[in-house]
Design a protein. Structure first.
Lengths: 243, 326
């Protein structure tokens, strides 16, 4: 079977700055893939390219057997790409359930059905008790979960998680990890950008390390953490030699 | 949860039906023409503000140029009637369609602008419209159009002797604008609009086509405002560019919604009921001296209400209820 998502030699330049250079990655169906790398490695850019915020300068993006390189974000969502934002973007004047209904309306035009789907997703993500609260009244950890809930309501095939576990307390992060596993168990493929290695590594099936806009290495988490190239990218050459 | 929501929607509908019924009975007791005139204007502005609220309140695209659509409705109705003998009923609908089309044509470039730039564009475009009409001789230019007065008739929608038919039409218009809003509020469009207002980027990622949402809101909003403009032409019998397309109309459409609660179902009618009588009464009792005392009093009252409830009166009521229940 072909991969669900493929980037083919994608390059993105921002007036002189090369954020992604010749990046080719692929994500198979049912996988949890981690996209990691130090600050400024180009993770967020690649993420935005996959979600369709802007088209790449060069290269192509294939999703579910189709070339989606030129499709806008809304259309990609309709085809099954769901995403969260690193800096949460809740609809602040709307209640939690209304936030999620916006997502579920992609699949169902009937309000009753959209509301039911939203309710289901809230229960799945553990936000049901907060359904009628304004999004602006949520605590940060709940806002992160709302991001995930909204994206899940669009019934995605691929869920893009942008640092949803960063900055949470260990207990909150653990709940988050379990949520991601449960999402995968429902048949959704997950591609997650993460910063904190100790959280992602036990969770993902495969990790892709970006550095300076290029794919540095990819492979099983256990191999990645021992790879000298990765250690030097994160900590500098001195530590790589020591390893 | 679901049942609670459905109950709230039903309650809104019942309250609206009761208010409309009560309003319909008021002219039986209030026969004074001056007061009836104020009531007609209040209902008309409730309808206009409710329509403005669809684009600017729900979808968040603040327009201070809706006078353009009001004027287009008035002119279409008056021109079709005086030049071609088309009944005002069709004129109002035609005006609505023209305004909706123009709103979308203008939206095409303008909806790429954000925030203050969009607001400025709406003001400027409405001013251009005003200038065009002031120089368009076929449409009467600055002299305007006198609508020939015939017998009182529902067919031509002209009534010289009584304000009551206008009152009931304005009431129906306000009811329709309210009902359209109520209906759209719990539809895909209503959700899309609010999402676009709060965060367009997040909305887009959830499958909301931001541009189409804005276009839809602009079309509905402009259509309803233009019908109001057509009504106004029939009500005053004489229109000129300044008296139907002036900037004050843009303001008078925005103010009731802002004061009552922008982006809410009940904000515009609540704001209109307070604001419009205030406008008319201060003008009648304090105006005419040439010193603008009425405007000073009027302006101060608006500032006071805004200070007391920055989120509009609807927000104030919600807070009061919360405080009482707690």
């Amino acid at each position: 079977m072909t991969a669900l998502l493929e980037t083919r030699a994608v390059t993105q330049r921002f007036s002189g700055l090369v954020a992604n250079s010749d990046v080719s990655i692929s994500v198979g169906r049912g996988e949890i893939v981690g996209l990691i790398g130090p600050n400024g490695a180009g993770k967020s850019t690649l993420f935005n390219l996959i979600a369709g915020v802007f088209p790449p300068t060069e290269g192509a993006i294939w999703f579910d057997g189709c070339d989606v390189t030129r499709l806008p974000a809304a259309e990609r969502c309709r085809r099954g790409v769901g995403r969260t934002f690193q800096v949460v973007k809740s609809f602040e004047t709307m209640t939690v359930i209304d936030n999620v209904i916006v997502g579920s309306l992609v699949r169902s035009t009937q309000m009753r059905e959209a509301r039911r789907k939203a309710q289901e997703v809230l229960e799945f993500t553990g936000l049901a008790a907060r359904a009628d609260v304004l999004a602006s009244d949520l605590v940060p950890a709940e806002k992160r979960r709302l991001e995930v809930a909204r994206a899940l309501a669009t019934s995605p095939k691929l869920l893009l998680l942008d640092e949803v576990l960063t900055g949470l307390t260990p207990a909150e992060a653990q709940t988050g990890v379990e949520l991601v596993r449960r999402v995968r168990d429902t048949g959704v493929t997950v591609l997650m950008v993460e910063h904190v290695m100790e959280i992602v590594m036990p969770l993902v099936d495969r990790a892709i390390v970006l550095d300076l806009g290029k794919v540095l290495v990819e492979g099983k988490p256990a191999d990645i953490v021992r790879n000298p190239k990765v250690i030097s990218a994160y900590l500098g050459d001195r530590h790589a030699v020591g390893a | 949860m679901d049942a609670q929501f459905a109950k709230r929607r039903r309650r809104d509908l019942v309250v609206a039906a009761c208010l409309i019924a009560i309003a319909a009975l008021v002219p039986l007791f209030v026969t004074d023409v001056f007061t009836q005139n104020i009531m007609v204007l209040t209902l008309m502005y409730a309808a206009l503000s409710q329509s403005w609220n669809i684009l600017s309140g729900y979808c968040g695209q603040i327009s201070l140029g809706h006078a353009l659509y009001f004027g287009l409705g008035a002119y279409t109705t008056a021109l079709l009637f005086t030049k071609f003998g088309v009944l005002p009923w069709f004129g109002m609908l035609g005006g609505g369609v023209i305004a909706a089309l123009i709103a979308m044509a203008l939206g095409y470039p303008c909806f790429r602008l954000r925030g203050h730039y969009f607001v400025i564009a709406t003001i400027v475009i409405a001013e251009i419209g005003l200038l065009l009409f002031q120089n368009w001789s076929w449409a009467g230019a600055a002299l305007g159009i006198d609508i020939p007065v015939g017998h009182d008739s529902w067919l031509t929608f002209q009534f010289g002797r009584s304000k009551l038919p206008y009152f009931y039409f304005a009431l129906a218009l306000a009811a329709v604008a309210w009902f359209v809003t109520w209906w759209l509020e719990d539809s895909k469009w209503g959700f899309w609009w609010r999402a676009v207002k709060d965060n367009p980027e997040a909305a887009e990622s959830l499958g909301v086509v931001v541009f189409d949402s804005k276009m839809g809101a602009a079309a509905v909003s402009a259509f309803l405002v233009a019908v109001g403009g057509g009504f106004y032409a029939q009500f005053v019998f004489y229109i000129d560019p300044e008296s139907v397309m002036g900037f004050q109309f843009s303001l008078l459409m925005a103010l009731p919604a802002v004061l009552g609660g922008i982006g809410t179902l009940w904000g515009p009618p609540l704001g209109a009921v307070i604001l419009i009588p205030l406008t008319e009464l201060t003008r009648a009792h304090m105006g005419g001296s040439g010193r603008g005392v009425d405007l000073i009093v009027y302006g101060s009252l608006i500032v006071l209400i805004s200070l007391a409830s920055p989120q509009g009166l609807v927000g104030l009521f919600a807070r009061l209820r919360k405080a009482l229940l707690a």
